[in-house]
Design a protein around this ligand. Structure first.
Ligand SMILES: Nc1nc2c(ncn2[C@@H]2O[C@H](COP(=O)(O)OP(=O)(O)OP(=O)(O)O)[C@@H](O)[C@H]2O)c(=O)[nH]1
Ligand SMILES: [Mg+2]
Length: 185
C-alpha cells in the first residue's frame, strides 16, 4: 500500500472541477459539512476542517483527550511558528482547495504517508495563501484504524509531524525563495 498521502495526491491528479474537497472513506466525516467549507471557498484559497471542537465530536469518535490535545498543541505550535491564522487541528483530512492554489502546491508535495495533511497546511502557509480552519463534525469510524487507533503509533506520528513542521520553518527562514509566494503568482 502506498499510503494516505499518496492516495490523496493521486486523487488530486485525477479530480476535475474548480474546488476540490478531500474527505475519508471511513465514515468519520459528514457530507453536509461541505456546505460550510464551500461558503468560505470564495474568500480563501484553502479551507481546512478541524475535528477538535468539543460540540462536534460525536459519541464514539476517535478523538479522546490524547488525540484532541495532541492535535491541538501541534496546531498551536504551527500557528505560533508561522504567525498564521488560528489553527486547532493538524490531522483533519476534510478540506477544500481551489484548483489554482492546488496547482501551485502540487509540485511541492513530498509526503506519501500519514503526515501529508500537515505538509499541505505548512506549504499553504509558506506560500502566503489565504487559509482558514473551520469546525467540522467528527463521528465514529467504520473499520479499524491503521494509525490513530494505537496511542504509541499516534505519538510517533505526532513527533514526525513536529519534525516536519520545524523542517519547513527552517527552510522558510534559511531559503525563503524555495517556496514561490502564491499571491504574487
Ligand atoms: N487509498 C488509500 N487510502 C488510504 C491509505 N492509507 C489510508 N487510507 C485512507 O485514509 C484514511 C485515513 O487513514 P487511516 O490510516 O485509517 O487513519 P485514521 O485512523 O482514519 O486516522 P484519523 O482519521 O486521523 O483518526 C482512511 O479512511 C483510510 O481508508 C492508502 O494507502 N491508500
Ligand atoms: Mg479517519
Amino acid at each position: 500500500m502506498q499510503g494516505y498521502g499518496a492516495a490523496i495526491r493521486r486523487g488530486f491528479k485525477e479530480a476535475t472541477g474548480d474546488y476540490l474537497i478531500v474527505s475519508e472513506p471511513d465514515g468519520t466525516f459528514r457530507g453536509r459539512d461541505i456546505v460550510k467549507l464551500l461558503s468560505y471557498a470564495d474568500d480563501f484559497d484553502v479551507v481546512y476542517g478541524s475535528r477538535t471542537v468539543k460540540e462536534l465530536i460525536w459519541q464514539g469518535a476517535n478523538m479522546g483527550i490524547f488525540l484532541k490535545w495532541g492535535n491541538y498543541c501541534v496546531a498551536k505550535m504551527m500557528e505560533f511558528l508561522f504567525n498564521t491564522t488560528s489553527l486547532t487541528d493538524v490531522g483533519c483530512t476534510m478540506r477544500c482547495v481551489n484548483r489554482k492554489a492546488l496547482k501551485h502546491l502540487q509540485p511541492y508535495f513530498t509526503v506519501n504517508g500519514s503526515f501529508f495533511g500537515p505538509e499541505m497546511m505548512v506549504l499553504s502557509i509558506l506560500m502566503n495563501m489565504k487559509i482558514i480552519q473551520l469546525p467540522v463534525n467528527y463521528t465514529r469510524r467504520v473499520g479499524s484504524s491503521s494509525v490513530t487507533g494505537n496511542k504509541v503509533v499516534a505519538f510517533f506520528l505526532g513527533l514526525r509531524m513536529i519534525r516536519l513542521i520545524w523542517g519547513y520553518r527552517f527552510k522558510g527562514w534559511f531559503s525563503p525563495n524555495t517556496y514561490q509566494e502564491y499571491r504574487d503568482s
